[in-house]
Ligand binder design. Structure first.
Ligand code: SPD
Length: 362
């Protein structure tokens, strides 16, 4: 009798996950990507406790999702990774009836993210941005001279220029798809090329400046730029602005700038999605819906300086953020931006090998 009851109870829990759900949501988001009070406000409003983990690379999220049983309810990969993750069945379709704030989204952003996720079946945009160059204005002027052009990928990819910056410190994102895409674009090749010959040319270019690169990391550069430990970082737009704001606050004479180089740069979208095996899908929807509220989306963008995918938030986004062309690029600059497509497994393999050689410098 006791056993029958236990089995029946177990079956009920499996059949009705919503009933069984604890008031918990496990979120895995990029580091430095949310306002300080967003999580406490959500918890106070909903009674749902947020376990919040951070990552600084798409590869890390993908590895966790592929391993399965990540325990995460909400993850935030970029579109060009989500594209193949969705195809591999790693997400559950969003239940749009539970996303009451979906109507706040910018239709242009929805159309752009539908290129990665047709009909936005599995995902909705959080923020978007570019991968460009952050630099210390004083240090670069001193190393390169007053008249040096500070708006070109030459700063990284021209060996003569990079050599002059080696002492003050260059950092590069540990993000092979993005760095090789920037290199291909600089060489006048298709940034989405999967040709091994093109990859070899991109590798050769990055290798030519490898001796001048101090490190590869996708988050350390924020503090290092702000403190004057490095003078140039290939980085994500908002992260460079965070460095800029903390340098200004420290008032120690460090001035940081961000540039979308004239040759063009990657534009990416980071998307909320719910893993297929998420333990708390109801709470995941509640969390995503909260993040889609106009006031919440505006507060996050005002704090981290990335463009919001939320159109209704625009009125509440600070003028200095929404009028900054490095955050919300003008149509002229936008025309130079390009998006990335998911790589095939075969290309991924040779690209990863090439990246290991670049990192090792041999
Ligand atoms: N600190 C937040 C960084 C967000 C970066 N998103 C990266 C997208 C990669 N293409």
């Amino acid at each position: 009798m006791k056993n029958t009851l236990l089995v029946a109870l177990g079956a009920l829990l499996v059949a009705t996950p919503a009933l069984a759900q604890e008031k918990v949501v496990n979120v895995y988001n990029w580091s430095d990507y949310i306002a300080e009070d967003t999580i406490p406000n959500f918890e106070a409003e909903t009674g749902i406790k947020v376990n919040y983990d951070v990552f600084d690379s798409n590869e890390l999220v993908e590895a966790k999702l592929l391993a399965g049983n990540s325990g995460y309810d909400v993850v935030v990969p970029s579109g060009f990774f989500l594209e193949r993750q969705a195809a591999a069945g790693l997400f559950q379709p969003l239940d749009k009836s539970k996303l009451t704030n979906l109507g706040n989204m910018d239709p242009d952003v929805m159309a752009a993210t539908a290129e990665h996720d047709p009909d936005n079946t599995y995902s909705v945009d959080y923020m978007w941005g570019t991968t460009g160059i952050g630099y210390n204005v004083g240090m670069l002027t001193e190393a390169l001279g007053e008249d040096a052009a500070l708006d070109s990928w030459d700063l990284l990819f021209d060996p003569e220029t990079a050599a002059k910056l080696a002492d003050c410190g260059i950092s590069v994102l540990d993000a092979p798809s993005e760095i090789f895409a920037a290199a291909l674009n600089y060489l006048g090749l298709d940034p989405n090329s999967e040709s091994p010959e093109d990859l070899a040319k991109a590798e050769e270019l990055v290798m030519s400046v490898r001796p001048y690169i101090r490190y590869f990391n996708s988050s350390q550069y924020i503090d290092d730029l702000a403190n004057g430990e490095i003078c140039l970082a290939v980085g994500y737009s908002g992260d460079v602005f965070i460095a800029q704001a903390s340098a200004a606050e420290a008032d120690a004479g460090v001035e940081i700038a961000y540039v979308i180089p004239e040759e063009g740069a990657v534009k990416w979208f980071d998307l909320f999605a719910i893993p297929a095996d998420a333990p708390h899908p109801e709470n995941a929807h509640a969390f995503i819906d909260y993040m889609l509220r106009a006031d919440v989306a505006a507060a996050n963008t005002n704090y981290v300086y990335y463009a919001s995918g939320n159109e209704a938030a625009l009125d509440m986004i600070d003028d200095e953020v929404k009028n900054d062309p490095s955050i919300y690029p003008t149509p002229e600059v936008s025309a130079k931006l390009f998006t990335l497509k998911a790589h095939t497994p075969d290309y991924d393999e040779i690209m990863t090998e090439a990246w290991q050689r670049v990192r090792a410098g041999q």
